[in-house]
Design a protein around this ligand. Structure first.
Ligand SMILES: Cc1ncc(COP(=O)(O)O)c(C=O)c1O
Length: 322
């Protein structure tokens, strides 16, 4: 099995499978200078008990990617189903049998100076062995950033556009240098938006609340999964609405969600404890449900998963809780 950063990892680039060391772009590539690319992040989870790897919601990720590419008028000449098959093939060719992260990237590929775009596009898909993105079992201390989230009329946050991640990088750098684990963005209206690479949920008075998609947030696929699990499995009322900064200081529970971070509890905001600074009951339940659903342990959510190897006999249906 190859390690993260191994130049021999097989990637998909310019329509071919090849070792990562051969997948090179020129120094004048448009996206490198102007941020004119759109990326995705997809997880594949290894389940030891089943001796199988599950690619998580690939069709939803690739449909979002193709839509977002449309914002920059980047064409991806493959369907979501075809892209999903290519991804499964990359994982198999690398014989990855551990948690992995898949990074599709589509970009303006012409090599010339000048910000105007033309129709020269390219895309690549890389799969890496990848453990936890944030290394904290104890929950996070987040700081509200002095940087505001990018506006829809400037660079749409829902677009997962490469250049927009300068905004995330500035806020993360500031937060870490100030002693916080992560940054939390407000938008230009002063409402809570999201983290630098993750969506936010708050529990208040028994309801699960998250900023609406019109608050300059990425329309997260984990966000969608969590809303479904919370409603269906826990019977919680889920509300999408504007969240004020001061609600962060008096809410009952707070957590981030995202492909990279999974479900990550937040125990302090701006040096103020969230309740008693312990992981809340609803957060813990949702985190466990998300783990079970994404590792193939819940029959009702097998529809989210594409098995990578299929070589092992599937668990007896009856053995998987609905
Ligand atoms: C800015 C931002 N918000 C939220 C998310 C979470 O989205 P998803 O759950 O689709 O990974 C991500 C990661 O993709 C992100 O980069």
């Amino acid at each position: 099995m190859k390690a993260e950063g191994d130049p021999n990892l097989i990637v998909y680039f310019n329509g071919q499978y090849m070792p990562m060391r051969e997948a090179q772009v020129g120094i004048l590539t448009h996206a490198l200078h102007y941020g004119t690319g759109v990326f995705e992040g997809i997880r594949a989870y290894w389940d030891e008990a089943e001796d199988e790897m599950f690619l998580l919601r690939p069709i939803e990720h690739y449909e979002r990617w193709k839509q977002n590419c449309g914002i920059l008028r980047i064409g991806v000449p493959a369907s979501a189903e075809e892209l999903s098959e290519i991804t499964l093939e990359i994982l198999r060719r690398n014989n990855l049998r551990t948690n992995a992260y898949i990074r599709p990237l589509a970009y303006k590929s012409s090599e010339r100076v000048g910000v105007a775009t033309d129709d020269q596009d390219a895309f690549a898909i890389v799969a890496l062995p990848f453990g936890d993105y944030l290394h904290s079992d104890k929950g996070l201390h987040v700081g509200v950033s002095s940087w505001r989230r990018v506006e829809d009329n400037a660079i749409p946050a829902r677009g997962k556009i490469c250049g927009a991640y300068v905004n995330s990088a500035l806020a993360t750098d500031d937060a870490r240098r100030s002693g916080f684990d992560e940054a939390l963005f407000l938008n230009e209206s002063g409402h809570v938006a999201e983290g630098a690479t993750c969506n936010l949920f708050m529990v208040r008075k028994g309801k699960l609340i998250t900023p609406a998609v019109t608050e300059n947030v990425l329309e997260g696929i984990t966000r969608d999964s969590i809303m479904e699990l919370a409603q269906r499995e826990l019977g919680l009322q889920v509300v999408e609405r504007a969240i004020d900064r001061s609600e962060l200081y008096l809410c009952d529970e707070l957590f981030f969600t995202g492909t990279a971070v999974g479900v990550m509890p937040i125990l302090q905001v701006d040096h103020r404890p969230v309740r008693n600074a312990e992981i809340g009951l609803i957060t813990a339940q949702i985190r466990q449900l998300y783990f079970d659903a994404t590792h193939g342990h819940m029959k009702a959510y097998r529809r989210w998963l594409a098995p990578v190897y299929k070589s092992q006999p599937q668990l007896e249906e009856a053995a998987i809780p609905a």
